[in-house]
Unconditional design. Structure first.
Lengths: 534, 263
């Protein structure tokens, strides 16, 4: 710098003095040195978790504003605000105060919409973040627990969303609560008791909004914040994962350090997320409670759906064929409720413990800091594709009526197709995804061994035509050859000379996972290929 | 010289065009004069001329399915006693004459002039007593929107959606959106129950209540959402689709942009 020559030695700037003042009292420099020099590998998909975090911050900020004006009471009042088609209508204080936020408090509608849009974004970003983690195998040792923490946060986020959706006490939210009430009552023996406990008597009662409010603004956010802290702590402890590239090993993390550039980028990114949400909130209506009116148990609007993240559960209820209900021992057994409850419970549990299942199948006890390209773990990718399909079909089923009207189909046709797709779809997705992965691996192998097709045709002196292949440079080749290839485990007798059922199961699973595989190109193969070309 | 002489007078090259224009003006003028003279006689439910004209239109356009005496056939129901309101709704919204058999009669461009619709309506009304076309005072708004909104939510929203965006019924049938329907047609639909819609007679919902419902729907039509674009007023499905495609799409584009710079 040009100033370097004129700079007086020992001149104390304000920044230096201030930093020194703080450091002498807090010893923060050790912390900054440690954290500030942490490398953060750069890839767009590594920022999805940050999107979720930033959306959550937006939710906290806007939510705090809303608590200033929202009153979580189900006392009846006559609406006297400025929205004409609701004037003089009896409604709960919760609904009236939400209408006041929307129509009579300056900026209230904007903040309310931003809160709601940010909530949708929050859960969507978590979903996409989880898919990235799953398909790149970033949940493997040592990150299994962090996967579990993240997944619990996903469930809590859905809980946050649903409790928030229920607070305005409008028609839509009341219908949603009625479905929850029905599902709880469908549980044998304890269902009715649980429902009365939750609602403080017969649905809807006068307690539920206040109770959900406590959960929504106190308990769930506190747990979420604690888990976010833990989640991020683990990211620091484990270091971030990275894609394979020259110089990247299981022992290091290559990328720009957090300070100064990365921190500035992340800070800027927060404002971009904030800006996108503000833009959406200012341009697009969300949850127009003034259309829905106050909750009344009798009406249900066409197109009544939960927010998107509860859609899969609503879809599961819609796809159950009629008549799955019978009376036995003087009790009604509602399998139309129980099957979705148990089915979704199993699905969620499987996703939650998937890292442990895969670790058990591979028997791999090493740490993994280099993430997989999805194609290089074909069975995992295929299982993921099947899971995504299963979820997507349930999700689509929640909008079966909208699909029917907008694509001019019959409701029954949509439901029956989705029922079939729910069973068949995951299998099709599994096989297609697996074949695509293996085909892509074969293509990679071909490129590594023989290079890219250059499209340049050369006529040899003997009259033969050949296409010239462009060989790969070493950096690109590294990315294509460095991945794990497991072989199926052999069944081995244990110390007592016996082969246990668990062993057989594990061997079977291992065969299922790794029977079809494309091994990475070895050095020998590479040399042989080069020899052949030159 | 001879040739230039031929280019004047009735031999002028533009003479044909002029003649054609003249002819058109006369025909059009005569037609206009003719149609204004008939329009002077407003169709009236008691006028014999109106009913006769309606009868002719009926024979030509409706009798194939509804029968020569409107008594009904296997293809279409009897229209005796359906009243003027039913015809004014079905024909006035273009649902009749029906384009094709299907789950329900679809809307299409209206096939008749307002006058012809009235003639048809009064012809059918003359066959037997039925609900009449409502008075203007009942369909032009001016009622209690709050009462109308509540009645709408209780009686109509389960099929038509709280914002009148429409909804699905069974077997490919559907409740149409009410976002562009005139007050008179809404009223007529309530009293006659077209397609799969139930009848809301005057004991069920009084004429004043019907006026309130129309007032509410007109309020929703005239006052767009204070929150911005409505995404079709379809509720959470449209919102979810929007956040995944446009919201998250924009965010992912930003993440790609942020990380692309440093490479």
């Amino acid at each position: 710098m040009s100033t370097a020559t004129t700079r007086a030695p020992q001149r104390r700037t304000f920044t230096a003095a201030a930093s020194n003042y703080i450091d002498e009292r807090t010893s923060v420099s050790t912390f900054v040195k440690e954290l500030g020099r942490k490398a953060f590998p750069d890839h767009w998909s590594f920022l999805l978790g940050e999107v979720a975090l930033f959306s959550f911050l937006v939710i906290l900020i806007t939510g705090t504003f809303l608590t200033f004006f929202f009153q979580a009471s189900m006392a009846e009042v006559e609406y006297e605000g400025s929205y004409v088609p609701l004037k003089g209508v009896e409604m709960s204080v919760a609904m009236a105060s939400t209408l006041d936020i929307s129509f009579d408090i300056r900026g209230g509608l904007f903040v309310r919409q931003m809160h709601h849009w940010a909530a949708l974004m929050f859960v969507a970003a978590i979903g996409l973040h989880m898919l990235r983690i799953f398909f790149t195998g970033a949940f493997r040792k040592p990150r299994e627990l962090n996967w579990v923490i993240g997944f619990v946060m996903f469930i809590l986020a859905m809980g946050e969303g649903f409790t928030g959706y229920s607070l305005p006490d409008d028609l839509l939210s009341g219908n949603g609560l009625r479905i929850i009430d029905g599902m709880i009552k469908g549980i044998p023996l304890i269902g009715t008791w649980t429902s009365f406990l939750l609602f403080g008597g017969e649905f809807p009662g006068t307690d539920i909004v206040g109770r959900l409010y406590s959960l929504h603004i106190l308990l769930l956010p506190v747990i979420l914040l604690a888990l976010i802290a833990l989640h991020l702590m683990f990211v620091v402890v484990h270091k971030h994962t990275q894609y394979a590239a020259p110089g990247r090993t299981q022992q290091n993390a290559v990328g720009p350090p957090i300070l100064p550039i990365y921190a500035a980028k992340a800070g800027g990114f927060f404002f971009l997320v904030f800006g996108v949400l503000a833009l959406i909130a200012s341009l697009f209506t969300i949850n127009p409670i003034w259309n829905y009116g106050p909750y009344d148990p009798s009406p249900v609007s066409a197109g009544t759906q939960p927010d998107w993240y509860i859609g899969f559960a609503d879809g599961a209820l819609r796809l159950i064929p009629p008549g799955w209900e019978f009376v036995l021992f003087d009790r009604t057994w509602s399998f139309n409720i129980l099957v979705p409850l148990v089915g979704l419970g199993l699905f969620i549990a499987t996703v939650l413990i998937y890292p442990f299942i895969e670790a058990w199948v591979t028997g791999d006890k090493r740490e993994h800091h280099i993430v997989d390209r999805p194609r290089n773990a074909p069975t995992r990718t295929a299982i993921g594709a099947a899971g995504v399909t299963f979820y997507a079909v349930l999700w689509a089923a929640a909008s079966s009526d909208i699909i029917a009207t907008h694509f001019k189909l019959t409701m029954e046709g949509v439901i029956h197709s989705l029922q079939a797709l729910l069973i068949v779809g995951p299998f099709i997705a599994y096989f297609v995804a697996k074949r695509v992965c293996i085909a892509l691996q074969k293509k990679d192998r071909e490129i590594v061994l023989h290079g890219y097709e250059s499209g340049r045709i050369v006529k040899l002196p003997g009259g033969e035509f050949i296409e010239v292949h462009q060989p790969l440079d070493e950096y690109d080749r590294w990315k294509l050859v460095s991945y794990e290839s497991y072989e199926p485990l052999m069944i081995r007798p244990n110390a007592r000379g016996k082969i246990t059922v668990g062993q057989r199961l594990r061997a079977g699973m291992s065969r299922w996972f790794f029977e079809d595989r494309i091994a990475p190109v070895t050095k020998g193969e590479l040399e042989a290929a080069h020899h052949e070309h030159h | 010289m001879n040739r230039s002489k031929r280019r004047t007078g009735r031999r002028h090259p533009l003479a044909t065009a002029a003649l054609l224009a003249l002819g058109l003006v006369f025909t059009g003028g005569a037609y206009a004069a003719f149609s204004t003279t008939t329009a002077q006689a407003e169709p009236s439910p008691t006028s014999q001329e109106t009913i006769e004209e309606g009868g002719k239109l009926f024979q030509a356009n409706c009798a194939t399915c509804h029968g020569l005496e409107a008594q009904g056939t296997n293809e279409g129901p009897s229209l005796i006693g359906v009243g003027a309101a039913a015809v004014d709704f079905q024909v006035g919204t273009g649902r009749m004459p029906m384009q094709m058999q299907g789950p329900q009669a679809e809307q299409k461009p209206v096939q008749f002039t307002d006058e012809q619709v009235k003639q048809l309506s009064y012809f059918v009304a003359s066959l037997g007593p039925g609900p009449d076309i409502p008075a203007d005072s009942l369909v032009n708004g001016g009622g209690d929107a709050a009462n109308g909104a509540e009645l709408f939510r209780i009686n109509c929203a389960m099929c038509h959606n709280v914002a009148g965006a429409g909804g699905a019924l069974t077997e490919g049938k559907f409740a149409p959106p009410l976002t562009n329907v005139s007050g008179v047609h809404i009223y007529e639909a309530m009293v006659t129950g077209p397609q799969n819609m139930p009848v809301f007679n005057d004991l069920n919902i009084t004429p004043e209540d019907k006026r309130d419902i129309i007032t509410y729907l007109q309020y929703v039509q005239d006052n767009r959402s204070p929150g911005g674009f409505e995404l079709g007023s379809l509720g959470p499905v449209a919102e979810g689709l929007f956040i995944w495609i446009f919201g998250l799409g924009a965010i992912v584009a930003i993440t790609v942009w942020i990380t692309a710079k440093s490479n």
